[in-house]
Design a protein around this ligand. Sequence first.
Ligand SMILES: [Ca+2]
Ligand SMILES: [Ca+2]
Ligand SMILES: [Ca+2]
Length: 382
Amino acid sequence: MSAAVVAGLATMARAVPITITLAASPPVSPGDPYAITVILSAPEPVTNVAHVQLDYSLSSPGAVDVNSDECVAGSPLCSALPLEFNPPGSPVYARLTAQLPSSAVITPEGVAFITLNAVVPPGATTISVMGPSTTDNLNGAYIATADGTVWDNGLPGAEQVLGGQITLPPMDAFVLTAANPPMQSPFAPGQPFRDVLQTGAGASLTHGIGGVGTPDEGAISFGQISVTFSAAPHPAPTVSNVAITCTDLAANGPADCPAVANVAGNGSGPYVITLTGAIPPRECTSLMFAGAQPGGQKLQYQSLPGDVTLNGIANTLDLLGLIQALNDGSANEPANWARYNVDRSTQAAGRVNTQDLLRLVQLLNGVRTTQPFNGATAAPCP
Ligand SMILES: [Ca+2]
Ligand SMILES: [Ca+2]
Ligand SMILES: [Ca+2]
């Protein structure tokens, strides 16, 4: 790895809003001032710790008035909540001590919580919370990160503190293990999966990867994308954090690049991703997942209708390739339907036949499809 790449990785960070909620019966007597220390431990500096907010119940037992003080620059609470930054190289980089004012009472009905935002580095980061004494590690409190994580105890976005701390897993601790359509072409190993079948029955783009209603070809699905990871991604994939980009080889702008319409799944997956439309012909479409290092984990697909030989260009040599596959019988092996069933027909037997040859001629000539594909090439994936 070059020094430049290392430097690039070192600047990667993630914003993690953190809420620490004390147990409903904190280990203090009503009326006692209550101090809480939060320690963020990471292999690299924690920066931009901001928006420290302390909320607590006030007044007599039985009442649940929630008061709030927010730490903004120069406010009294900020000076009451010293935030210490330790020198680089020390294992602890940020320490926050919050103390309830002496007028505060934590009632049995109420809870106190601290909210802070921090930008933490990509490596594993431990969040520790300590009570008034060094022996009080606040077992039973909750720490939540507001970035879509679902923690083990079933509370969305919250994990019960055991032993006084939780650890955010490092970024990129997960890798893509499987997808459908597959990540790699089963016909051209090492290459992204390329859809070479028709764009739809008419002149507009309706069929292809992400085109809802596009028939499956044997074990390969087209209408939705299913993806599985080696471990639960952090954060979990959602509509708002799965990013899609398209190389604009067709030079028709980004408008033909679909967006994510829905994500369903949990844990390590599979997650079923529904797109707003089919991926654009000729372009390379990349799906990237939050929490992974950019460039690290992405799912890439190409579309080049008619390129049954998978050599990156659609032309009359593809007619020859289809004829040969029909003659030797390989075209009708179910594992090869995604390559040769050009018209996406759905009959069980004889699915690939001379109708697919005709459809391939039409695709090359631009009949009932989005453009003439004779001579068209596919963009390499970045
Ligand atoms: Ca485009
Ligand atoms: Ca070809
Ligand atoms: Ca067919």
